[in-house]
Design a protein around this ligand. Structure first.
Ligand code: ADP
Ligand code: ASP
Ligand code: MG
Length: 816
């Protein structure tokens, strides 16, 4: 079996219980294993304080954990003695530092090293107690480094030789090797540390040295996320990253990985896994040489806080060669290393970022190096601007993908965030921006959102944005709409999902026309989406799946005739805009109406509902235009039911009522049960929607019902069979009216204070009286249109015109 190297981070070794869990996980592993231990959570910070109180806290914390893990016995006594010794040594070092008055980096390394030393011992004892053979290995015998105290780099060749010699036999004997992380030994024999987070590096160095297959870093996060979850709450797990991308994320300060941890394994086949200590069954993030999935150029954001921008500026620098070289030679001579470099194209300044704490040294050194230039006025000055952060946008596929910086800047501008400097790494794997630390978290959130990094498939930079439609209901209108979308000349509207009561079908790249046609055919035959290659789910579940994908300008289109109010609300809260052809949610309770119309507007979500009244006729649109231009609509009257217009105009022309109703059904004008139209309920809903648009807040109107009471409860068949019983009365009525030059129309009337729906006698010669067929006709009385109303008239029913009205709404969302 191939060797694995595991590292347990501080958070995974927080206390006795966590250590016990780690030990169990280690003991349960089959196959050769090297375990690298970090100090317990918070211990390194504690030790860096160098105070007597820190010594006490160090001792207490470890004694507590040890007692919790080991229970009484020899191992507990041995470790207690060791903790006491390490504490005493620490106190002595602190005292020496106080006497000397300054902290030598060597001494500091010696002080903090005990965090890892004791945790590794404790973990070894805990594993041994679980009857698994485990051997503690001294990191100083294995990890050979250079002599940069506080940030040493392992020397690979020497470390490899030592590791094989020291750890090789342990593994060969079948025992698990446990090694303290973070520490090593320089050539002069002194103890070194590898920089904060250095246990990650210990793990990868050992993996390389021993030819391991994988390295697992067990952490308190599910893996490497698209951003630091403490800053960007909806940061998402990245399943796979290329070594180079992860290196970039780490370099730019994502604490999740030591900045140099990937160096030892870059170019090897060793894969690194950042995994969840709390949920070991999850795969976490794989970092490997596998070429990252293409098509998603932007992978992650990293943020390096606590930086200062140091600038060397002056007109005299223009065109003078060697300025950059001298700048960085000076910084290097001071032993400092910069994180980003930028130069304005005018060449009148060179700048870089450096940890705040080192800015003063850098400035001093640079002023010295440019003494002459400063004296002669060739350089205006060397300055440092503190409280800055570097925000890096990282991704392998960014090479040659246009539009990325534009998107970044648009996002920052929308938040009023000032970019102090920008640098594009020559690798084009990252764009780094310098922003003030105060604005950095907001900057990270804005850029994260702009690339939809919280979504599956996020990180794309499609220059042209389209609108992604999810259809709620897939009946005649839904199909007409999908046809119109599929045959439209441009491709800026796509259908990505369908929902019915059984489940959903979804493809974030858009459902192909052929697929939609097939679904339509099968649905006609009575099948449900869940059985047509879709997923079984409730509508709310389906929406939550869909909204977890990176869809663009999502719109949910309601072409059902159900009570969908709460479902639409939940779509709105998930970022959908809404287009309705369904009247019910808008003609129900005022509360639901407000939640759909008033509330979303406050959060920037938009709801359109042109097709609820007059199908494709621009009725609501006209109201908006009048209203927007300062007119005041006082009253809207309308014949808004195609079926009722048809039936009444036929009857007025002498046709029997029953025959007219039958024909309206045969032609597909009427609802499946024509009583839904004849009752006036549907027209009343439209009237209410119009009235609410004018500001009406009262009750729904009680419509005149064209179906006499005794007929309302009959089965459809019986009703249709008995329909001719009504013919005679209608004939008499229209004949009497005809003599007066009048006809019957079904009219809704809406004002801000009143709404009604019922039969009205109108003059044959009036616009309403002369209309026929399924024509809808709506008149607006307004301040401007006071003497003669504004009339909108045209076919007000039919799948095609309704779909056209919906498509218009969808497009208006895309452009506004
Ligand atoms: P360890 O316990 O192994 O030392 P760290 O505490 O060093 O682990 O790293 C994990 C922490 O890094 C997380 O708790 C998280 O707050 C932070 N972090 C910053 N950026 C990221 C990121 N992109 N993905 C995951 N975690 C991140
Ligand atoms: N304990 C060290 C630190 O806190 C090293 C590590 O945890 O990797 O930086
Ligand atoms: Mg760490």
């Amino acid at each position: 079996m191939k060797l694995e190297v595991w590292k347990f981070g501080g958070a995974s070794l927080a206390d006795g219980r966590a250590i016990q869990r780690a030990a169990q996980q280690i003991a349960a592993h089959r196959g050769p294993l090297v375990v690298v231990a970090s100090a317990l959570a918070g211990v390194t910070d504690l030790l860096l304080r160098g105070t007597p109180q820190a010594a006490v806290a160090f001792r207490t914390k470890h004694l507590q954990a040890t007692r919790a893990v080991l229970g009484p016995g020899a191992p507990l006594r041995a470790l207690t003695r060791e903790i006491d010794t390490l504490t005493r040594e620490y106190e002595d070092l602190c005292a020496a530092v106080t006497v000397l008055g300054y902290l030598d980096p060597r001494v500091q390394d010696a002080m903090v090293s005990r965090g890892e030393r004791v945790s590794a011992q404790l973990l070894t004892a805990a594993v041994t107690r679980l009857k698994r053979r485990a051997r503690l290995v001294d990191a100083l015998d294995v990890v050979c480094t250079d002599d940069v105290h506080g940030g040493a780099t392992p020397r690979l060749d020497d470390t490899r030789a030592r590791a094989r010699k020291v750890i090789g036999p342990v593994l060969a004997s079948g025992a698990i090797a446990l090694v303290p992380g973070y520490i090593g030994r320089a050539e002069d024999g002194s103890l070194t540390t590898l920089g904060r987070g250095g246990s990650d590096l210990t793990a990868t160095v050992l993996a390389r040295s021993l030819g391991a297959r994988t390295v697992a870093l067990w952490k308190d996060v599910p893996g490497i996320l698209t951003a630091d979850p403490r800053v960007v709450a909806d940061a998402r797990l990245i399943p796979q990253l290329h070594h180079r991308e992860a290196a970039e994320v780490a370099h730019y300060g994502a604490k999740v990985l030591h900045p140099r941890a990937l160096i030892p394994i870059a170019g090897t086949t060793i894969s690194l896994h950042v995994r969840s200590f709390l949920n070991p069954a999850l795969p976490g993030t794989e970092v490997s040489a596998r070429q990252a999935i293409t098509g998603y150029p932007v992978k992650a954001l990293a943020m390096l806080p606590g930086q200062a921008v140091v600038t060397v500026a002056g007109k005299g620098m223009v065109g003078v060669h060697g300025m950059a070289a001298r700048t960085f030679t000076a910084v290097d001579a001071e032993g400092l290393s910069v994180s980003t470099i930028f130069q304005a194209s005018s060449e009148s300044s060179i700048g870089f970022t450096i940890p705040e704490s080192q800015a003063e040294r850098a400035v001093r050194r640079l002023r010295q190096a440019f003494r002459h230039e400063l004296e002669q006025g060739l350089i205006d000055g060397v300055t440092a601007r503190p409280h800055m952060s570097v925000l890096a946008v990282v991704g392998e596929g960014m090479v040659g993908t246009p539009g990325i910086s534009a998107r970044v800047f648009a996002a920052l501008e929308s938040g009023g965030i000032n970019v102090v400097a920008i640098a594009q790494g020559s690798s084009e794997r990252n764009i780094s921006l310098v922003v003030s630390s105060a604005q950095a978290p907001e900057a990270a959130r804005r850029v994260h959102a702009a690339f939809q990094l919280s979504k599956i498939g996020g990180g794309q930079t499609t220059a042209k944005r389209h609108t992604d439609v999810v259809l709620l209901g897939f009946g005649r209108v839904g199909r007409a709409l999908s046809d119109q979308i599929a045959t439209a000349a441009d491709r800026d509207v796509r259908i990505v999902g369908l929902l019915d009561r059984s489940g959903y079908v979804f493809d974030s790249k858009g459902l192909a026309r052929a697929r939609l046609l097939r679904l339509a055919r099968d649905k006609d035959a009575g099948a449900l989406l869940a059985s047509l290659g879709g997923h079984k789910a409730s509508a709310v579940e389906a929406l939550s799946v869909m909204s977890s994908h990176a869809v663009s300008r999502p719109v949910i289109v309601d072409v059902t005739s159900d009570e969908t109010g709460s479902l639409l609300q939940s779509a709105i809260s998930r970022g959908f805009d809404v287009v309705l052809a369904n009247k019910k949610p808008l003609a129900g309770s005022l509360e639901t109406y407000d939640r759909l119309i008033t509330v979303p507007a406050q959060s920037g979500r938009r709801v359109r509902y042109e097709a609820t009244v007059g199908a494709g006729l621009p009725i609501i649109d006209t109201f908006r235009k009048l209203d927007d231009t300062g007119d005041r609509v006082l009253r809207i009257d309308g014949c808004v039911s195609g079926t009722l217009m048809f039936v009444l105009s036929e009857v007025s022309a002498g046709r029997p009522f029953s025959a007219a109703v039958r024909e309206a059904m045969d032609r597909g004008y009427a609802e499946p049960d024509p009583r839904d139209d004849l009752s006036g309920r549907d027209a009343a809903r439209k009237g209410l929607i119009l009235a609410r648009m004018l500001g009406y807040r009262g009750e729904a109107p009680k419509p005149d019902d064209l179906v006499p009471k005794p007929y309302a409860g009959l089965s459809l068949d019986t009703f249709l069979a008995r329909l001719p019983e009504l013919d005679a009365a209608w004939l008499t009525r229209v004949a009497a009216l005809a003599r007066k030059g009048r006809v019957l129309r079904y009219v809704v009337s809406a004002t801000p204070r009143k709404v009604s729906a019922g039969l009205v006698e109108v003059a044959v010669s009036s616009p309403m009286g002369s209309a026929s067929g399924t024509r809808n006709l709506v008149t607006f009385h307004s301040r401007r249109y006071s003497r003669e109303p504004l009339v909108i008239s045209g076919p007000g029913a039919g799948a095609d015109v309704t779909a056209a009205g919906i498509l218009n709404d969808i497009r208006s969302l895309g452009t506004s």
